[in-house]
Structures are given as C-alpha cells and as structure tokens.
Write a protein that binds this ligand. Sequence first.
Ligand code: NAD
Length: 261
Amino acid sequence: MSLKSRNAVVTGSTSGIGLACARALAQAGANVMINGFGEAAAIEKERAAIEKDFGVRCVYSGADMSKPAEIAKMVADAGAAFGSVDVLVNNAGIQFVSPVEDFPVEKWDQIIAINLSAAFHAIRAAVPGMKARKWGRIVNIASAHGLVASPFKSAYVSAKHGIAGLTKTVALELATFGVTVNCISPGYVWTPLVEKQIPDTMKARNMTEEQVKRDVLLAAQPTKQFVTVDQVAALAVYLCSDAASQITGTNISMDGGWTAA
Ligand code: NAD
C-alpha cells in the first residue's frame, strides 16, 4: 500500500510505538515528522535512518505535548516543511501509577495534558488543511485502558477513555470530508513505557518483577504474549490506506483478547 506524496506527523515517536509507526509510515512512502524527547544524537540517528532506509523526508520537532502553543507550532512546521499534513498519529503518552488518594495533582494534570489534550490541540491544528484537501487520516493511540480500568491508573484510564470519545466526535464532524479518525487500543506492548512502570507497580502491589509481569501485565492478556510495536504500526498504516476509507469513528483493539473477557 502506498502513502507516497502523503505527509505525516507522529507525536511521541522517538521511542516505542510512535517510532515504529513513523518507520512504518515512511516505509509506505510518507514523509514523516517525528517528535518526542531524548538525547539529541540518538534522535538525529533515528531521523537520518528513516530518510536513508526508506528514501523519504524526515524532520524532527522537539515540541512538548503538554504545551498547546508548541503543538500548534509543530503542526504548522510540518505543513511548512512538507506542504501539508495528511496523516496525524497522536501517540505521545506517559504513565503514572498510584492509589487515587495519593495521586500527585501535578501528575494528573500532566497525564491529562499529554495523553488527552495534546491530541485535541494537534487535531485542531491539522483539521483545517485536511478538510480543505478533502483527505486525511487521524489515528489516536488509545489503550485497552480506554475501554476497561485497572486500579492505580486513574489519570491514564481517564485520559484514554477521553481519547475514545474525542475520536468518535471528530470522526462524525469530518465524515463527509474524506478524513477518517480512529483509535487503536493496544493491550500490553513491550516498550520503555511498560518497562518503566514495573518498579512503581512492584511498590504499589508489593510484588516482585516477575510477579508484576505474570500476574499484573500478562494476567489481563489471554494470549499471554505482549503485543509488538510493529503490529500496532502495521494497523496504523492500514488505517491510513485508501482501503480503510470507510473505517471511521472506531476503536480497534489489539490486546490479545484482554477486552473480550
Ligand atoms: P514510550 O515511553 O516508549 O514512548 C513515549 C513517547 O512519547 C516517547 O517518544 C517520548 O519521548 C514521548 N513523550 C513523552 N512525553 C512527551 C511530551 N511531553 N512531549 C512530546 N513527547 C513526549 O511509550 P509507548 O509504550 O511507545 O507508548 C506510546 C503510546 O501508546 C502512549 O500513548 C501509550 O499510552 C500507548 N499505549 C502503550 C501501551 C504499552 O503497553 N506500551 C499499551 C497501550 C497504549
């Protein structure tokens, strides 16, 4: 499937699912703006590798997804660099695990800003161009936690449920403009985000690392296997294809059967 002549922005793409989505979109022929935090040299290496591996243009934005003005500028910069933003993948996300009564207020605000409001700000900035060109693809990376809850993740679960609602609303608004809006809801994907929450979960539940993996993470996933970043990226690329033009407003689970239970 070809996304040649399409231009994409993938938020939070210096790592994990976002990086896999950026590489998969580039492999399909799209120019890509990557975004996210990390060491400058490592980010430059990833950026240059995308250009070299796939023969597309790849630019980097260091926009902080908790800052609305920086998000608007990121989308404008991508438009200026490529001529348009045709594909937007809202992927940046963070996690924090704590009982609700101890949940730090600033962590709540940060998670809502990065995991939910950032998608609103990026969509708001990208939609006028997509509407005018009558083509666009918006893919929001939600989570199984956009459908069901787990204890100690109040902010994350709230933000992901919010993303599912935002997806449906914007899909309806753009249905006649050739713009589709969907979310992908992965179960546990083996990425730095999952790895980093293990120590906090060990503390919150008084468990060893192996117990957290087996009894908390993969306990919910009937296949007993982690989802891979490449599997999520392949679905994102499919949703960007013309074959998926009638798929809009959906929330597609990729969770090894978790939410079937
Ligand atoms: P990750 O930690 O590997 O990557 C997160 C990316 O977001 C990084 O590039 C990071 O630099 C970027 N980021 C974080 N804060 C940012 C900010 N303020 N501004 C800009 N960029 C920022 O995480 P991941 O596991 O690849 O997660 C990606 C998305 O997938 C998240 O929205 C997450 O909630 C979702 N998700 C992950 C899993 C999983 O099991 N890993 C499951 C379901 C959903």
